[in-house]
Design a protein around this ligand. Structure first.
Ligand SMILES: NC(=O)c1ccc[n+]([C@@H]2O[C@H](COP(=O)([O-])OP(=O)(O)OC[C@H]3O[C@@H](n4cnc5c(N)ncnc54)[C@H](OP(=O)(O)O)[C@@H]3O)[C@@H](O)[C@H]2O)c1
Length: 375
């Protein structure tokens, strides 16, 4: 099972603040946008906020609409999403509304924080993650609890970490038409290392006087660790595989070459442009100059492991990739023995020093246009 899909949700002022420094929570969204947030909450399995937000805002984090709650129950889900918080210190007020409203709650904390949280008798499952809090372990634990979609509602410390660590699949940002102007107020994103290059804008929506913008990260991961952008690009490769002219004698595969800053360099699919034998990776790489300086740090996404042997042309795709300079490959599925035995493109690539990352959660999508070959 993949890690949960992580959706960051926040509202900011025109000058990029999440709140002011007054005692009351600053209302940035409009009524219709609060209703949209309610709808998003109703669609997820868990909602996470940092301990700082519990201390500052004392939120309840409920699905307010009775119809939406009824729809969740009718679909066999709990009435409310799981409520999750993160605290290093374990310094959490047991009287906060977070613990006394909605459904189940879980606190992820350190070993020391767990002692403190247990001592005050929080009405929650308290999970100690060691000396430090590791987001991957937290997400894996949520996955094991059945969480497929996680909505993160701040604050800035949490959003910053998830984005910087490449764990956020989507950012839903609402821009409110007001200024805060106080440098002591909390900002949405803090300093640090973000992905280079530009995120992908996937939607803008006017909601009364605020604007919702939805972004996806684009920069591939580095080395063997996949990030959220890797999953988006591999999903695109699987969509490209669906475009292939059908064949009884070759797989349908999609491929995308992506620069380290998240720029798409080229894409291709099997048998494209009336070439009956071209492979996806071959088609994509052929669209790039061989001396393109972005290739050595690029990642190639291929819905199927690049081939190690082929009869249609002299050079298999694993060798074409190595020849191009690309040293990172992300794929969904190893080539079965349908047409060649022991087709080990991964072995060819890794023995030459390339990194191959396999994301088996996309295997079914990659196989979908090839079902007829897999009987
Ligand atoms: N406009 C919006 O959409 C929106 C949404 C939410 C919040 N906000 C605002 O954001 C502000 C709060 O933001 P914030 O950045 O101060 O707090 P936050 O992100 O909600 O929570 C930060 C706290 O979470 C815990 N934490 C975070 N990362 C951790 C890690 N890696 N390991 C261990 N613990 C970790 C720590 O708790 P401990 O201190 O307990 O160790 C840390 O102090 C408030 O003013 C709130 O109103 C605005």
């Amino acid at each position: 099972m993949p890690l949960p899909y992580v959706l960051l949700s926040a509202a900011v002022s025109l000058d990029g603040y999440l709140d002011d420094t007054g005692p009351e929570r600053l209302l940035l969204s409009s009524p219709a946008d609060f209703d949209r947030v309610d709808e998003v909450r109703a669609s997820v399995d868990a909602i996470l906020v940092g301990a700082g937000t519990i201390r500052a805002d004392n939120p309840r984090l409920l699905v307010n609409s009775a119809e939406r709650r009824a729809a969740r129950t009718a679909a066999g889900k709990p009435e409310y999403p799981l409520k999750v918080t993160v605290s290093g210190s374990g310094d959490l007020d047991p009287a906060a509304k977070f613990w006394h409203t909605g459904g189940d709650k879980v606190v992820y904390t350190t070993d020391k924080g767990a002692e403190r949280a247990r001592a005050v008798g929080l009405a929650a499952d308290i999970v100690a993650l060691g000396d430090d809090l590791d987001w991957l372990r937290l997400l894996a634990d949520l996955r094991d609890r059945g969480v497929e979609r996680l909505m993160v509602e701040g604050g800035g410390t949490i959003h910053t970490q998830l984005l910087q660590q490449g764990l956020a699949d989507e950012l839903q940002l609402v821009l409110a038409p007001l200024f805060v102007g106080d440098p002591a107020a909390p900002r949405l994103f803090g300093p640090g290392g973000y992905q280079p290059g530009r995120l992908r804008l996937v939607e803008t929506r006017r909601i009364e006087d605020v604007v919702l913008m939805r972004y996806e990260p684009t920069a591939p991961g580095t080395g063997a660790a996949p990030n959220a952008a890797d999953r988006h690009w591999l999903r695109l490769a699987c969509e490209l595989a669906e475009l292939c002219p059908p064949s009884e004698t070759a797989f349908s595969v999609g491929a995308v070459v992506v620069a380290a800053d998240g720029t798409e360099l080229a894409r291709g699919h099997s048998r494209e442009a009336d070439d009956p034998v071209v492979h996806a990776e071959e088609a994509a790489l052929a669209k790039l100059a061989p001396d393109d300086p972005r290739l050595p740090t690029a990642t190639i996404y291929s819905s199927l492991e690049p081939c190690a042997h082929r009869s249609s042309r002299p050079t298999p795709c694993a060798r074409l990739i190595l020849g191009s300079g690309v040293r990172r490959v992300v794929t969904a599925w190893r080539e079965p023995n349908t047409f060649v035995t022991e087709a080990d493109g991964t072995g060819v690539l890794t023995s030459a020093g390339a990194v191959v990352v396999e994301l088996p959660e996309y295997e079914d999508r990659a196989k979908a246009p090839n079902r007829h070959l897999l009987k």
